[in-house]
Write a protein that binds this ligand. Structure first.
Ligand code: TXA
Ligand code: MG
Length: 345
């Protein structure tokens, strides 16, 4: 592989240099608390088009605009009271708000929609870069379209290293799954478009009204393709990027409720939710690679590890992955959302 991307340590000099790259219309992969993003000046359409080219992303899938301050958010979006309340409660943090867009935002960023997604990230390095650049930065996750999201600088280099020149290293991502996206175009009827670490319940308790979720999905395998397609179509009209199939390893992934001892088969890598206490997976030499999301069953640890474990098993030489669902709690459902999409073919 012809890697040209350079990983920059986050020194003041590097941040100033990369801010210049961005101001001139270049691309920089940046750390955030959720996943790494691939950033460009959000007000420069040519620069934003380069993001779509580097990722192989369809132009119908809009980008999130990252801002340093609430004031900067209100310069790209028609701000409302609900946005103000949620930003006060959760920004900087893993929450993205969809609001009517202002005219300064180029169509390429919003895929022609009249709304824009905005977020103030909670990562010191990303925030320093935003301040140094002095522009809002459009950034999708820094993975090739449809592949597993990156949570380290090395992940970005592995899969986009031939297509971009600069990666800013901010260490492993603290949250590990993408931000919660809330549609606030109509503040009286907020709706979660993508589940994330901030739950619909938390959003509802700040807004003091009901928040439509994505609906509870039956366990893996039980949902008919047709029911899934209909539910996803409804969301696709407002969130074109929420595809059923996403975060996908190259090798097939099957999601099951529980992995059992009979699942120890050659070629089948196993991804447990929690490290097994006993049994062949940990006691004797298993037939294929084995990994777990958490040592102790802690959902935050599981989220932090989700994408790196999937990447490791995808490159392990196994021919398929058998993954175990997380418990059906508010946090577990976020992980299961990603695992279900990774399993979709
Ligand atoms: O945590 C995150 O959100 C990360 C970090 C880098 O901030 N970003 C991220 O971006 O996950 P991306 O592009 O992988 O996912 C953003 C999704 C799009 O696929 C789309 O569904 C939705 O945000 N989106 C963006 N603009 C929208 C809009 N105007 N209306 C509805 N959905 C929108
Ligand atoms: Mg993404």
């Amino acid at each position: 592989m012809q890697v040209k991307a350079r990983i920059h340590q986050p020194t003041t000099a590097a941040i100033l240099r990369l801010a210049r790259v961005l101001r001139r219309g270049g691309l920089v992969a940046v750390p955030s608390e959720t996943v790494y993003g691939l950033a460009a000046d959000a007000l420069n359409s040519a620069a934003c088009r380069r993001i779509f080219a580097a990722k192989g992303r369809p132009s119908t899938d809009p980008l999130i605009v990252h801002v340093a301050t609430l004031r900067a958010a209100s310069e790209v979006a028609e701000w409302n009271e609900a946005a103000q309340a949620l930003a006060r409660a959760f920004w900087p943090g893993p929450l993205t708000l969809v609001l009517p867009k202002k005219a300064v935002v180029p169509d390429v960023v919003t895929a022609g929609l009249d709304s824009v997604a905005v977020r103030q990230p909670n990562h010191a390095v990303f925030r320093a870069l935003l301040r140094a650049t002095g522009r809002p930065l459009a950034a999708p996750s820094a993975n090739p379209f449809g592949y597993i999201s990156p949570t380290t600088a090395e992940h970005v280099r592995e899969s986009l290293g031939e297509r971009i020149a600069h990666i800013l290293d901010g260490g492993p991502c603290r949250v590990g799954v993408e931000s919660t996206i809330v549609d606030l175009r109509n503040p009286a009827r907020p709706r979660v478009l993508r589940p994330g670490w901030i739950t619909a319940e938390q959003v509802a308790s700040v807004l003091g009204c009901r928040v439509a979720g994505r609906g509870r999905r039956p366990a893996a395998g039980k949902r008919s393709g047709r029911a899934r397609a209909t539910a996803d179509q409804a969301v696709a009209q407002v969130a074109p990027g929420m595809l059923t199939r996403h975060y996908s390893p190259r090798i097939p992934l099957t999601l099951v409720k529980r992995i059992t001892s009979r699942d120890d088969r050659p070629g089948v890598a196993r991804l447990f939710y929690q490290k097994p206490r006993t049994g062949p997976a940990v006691e004797s030499k298993p037939a294929a690679p084995v990994a777990w999301l958490s040592e102790t069953g802690d959902p935050a640890e599981a989220a932090r590890h989700l994408f790196s474990r999937l990447r490791a098993l995808d490159r392990s030489g196994a021919t398929s992955i058998l993954a175990e669902s997380a418990p059906d709690t508010a946090e577990g459902r976020v992980l299961n959302d990603r695992l279900r999409r990774a399993a979709a073919r």
